[in-house]
Write a protein that binds this ligand. Structure first.
Ligand code: TRP
Length: 332
């Protein structure tokens, strides 16, 4: 049998998953299960680099698992697990910390951004975040790591660390490639269409969350920022708001940009925004309903994350033992 490639990614359960998480990431992941052996996890260890309310973190971690499944990640065909359930992540993270340079970690854009935003809590974990992420990745020897543009730098650093380690000890780690989906799938904030729709955004108008009620979704789209030209055509540079709405509508309905331009020719932005809102309500309805059903069945979710951790742990352990041996630890 032909050996399948390996794919791995994770999302921090530090905020609600959004329409952007679905269209920009999870939906694409779900389409990969045929070609790849896939691992997806809730990055709870990473989430605590920023202060979390314990009860919220616990709830969001389970919600995220339910939403992964509702978005099409079939647990029979994908390994779904909680990062903290596989202790090898933290263990390899420590080792890799000793192979990541202070200067390299200091240059990470996300570290600089987050330090600026959390000036009262610039903790060690925030600084060494990329070594833990390198461990997440390298434990599974993946071919591809699907990430957003903002995480590409971390995958590059993962490669640097892996190369450094391999140069010292021989081929231990496989070189992973970042896999950044097409620009078209990048969903921007509805109120600030030049920045990414973020799951941790405070204002609730610029984003649409997977669990939002239809009336909230409609309200968010009615408030979406546009421009004063009043024609619906795709032009990311000059018409970021309308272009973002077109991307969303296209993803929700399968229509091309030309078809959308034709469909709304001579009709106002108000009509268009309502149509986009309605398409998103219908797109998310089954996901929300399925997530709610799954969340009501804690026993099932538990069986999924247990099986996931067991499978992931088995692979992770193989890599970790190899690493421990290479660096000179006495075997247990
Ligand atoms: N850092 C990623 C983010 O903020 C989440 C993440 C943690 C991740 N570990 C990973 C993504 C490993 C890909 C691979 O979104």
């Amino acid at each position: 049998m032909e050996q399948k490639g390996i794919m791995l990614s994770g999302i921090k359960p530090s905020g609600e998953l959004t329409l952007g998480s679905y269209l920009g990431a999870i939906k694409n992941w779900a389409e990969r299960a045929d070609q790849f052996e896939c691992y997806y996890f809730m990055a709870d260890l990473h989430a605590i680099t920023v202060r979390q309310k314990p009860a919220d973190l616990r709830r969001r971690t389970l919600e995220q698992l339910a939403q992964y499944i509702a978005c099409g990640l079939d647990p029979e065909r994908n390994t779904l697990f909680i990062q903290s359930h596989v202790p090898q992540h933290a263990e390899l993270g420590w080792v890799l910390n000793c192979y990541a340079m202070f200067g390299e970690l200091s240059r990470m854009t996300q570290f600089k951004d987050k330090s600026a935003k959390n000036a009262d809590n610039i903790n060690g974990g925030l600084f060494t975040y990329p070594s833990l992420m390198a461990a997440d990745i390298l434990l599974y020897q993946p071919d591809y790591v699907p990430v957003g543009e903002d995480q590409k730098q971390h995958v590059e650093l993962t490669r640097t660390i892996a190369r450094r380690f391999n140069n010292l000890y021989g081929e231990v780690f496989k070189m992973p490639e970042p896999y950044v989906p097409k620009v078209g799938a990048r969903i921007m904030s509805l109120t600030d269409p030049t920045s990414k729709m973020s799951k941790s955004e405070d204002a609730d108008t610029g984003r649409v969350c997977l669990m939002d009620r239809p009336e909230d979704i409609m309200r968010a789209f009615k408030r979406a920022v546009t421009d004063s030209e009043n024609t619906i055509r795709f032009d990311r540079e000059n018409k970021p708001g309308i272009s973002n709405l077109m991307t969303i509508y296209s993803a929700a309905t399968g229509r091309s940009y030309e078809e959308i331009t034709r469909e709304f020719d001579g009709r106002g932005y108000g009509v268009f925004k309502t149509a986009v809102g309605e398409s998103v309500v219908e797109l998310l309805r089954p996901i929300r309903e399925q997530s709610e059903r799954l969340l009501a069945d804690k026993g099932y979710l538990e069986s999924v994350y247990r099986a996931g951790a067991e499978k992931a742990g088995h692979i992770a352990n193989k890599t970790l033992r190899k690493v421990y041996k290479k660096v000179g630890f006495v075997a247990r």
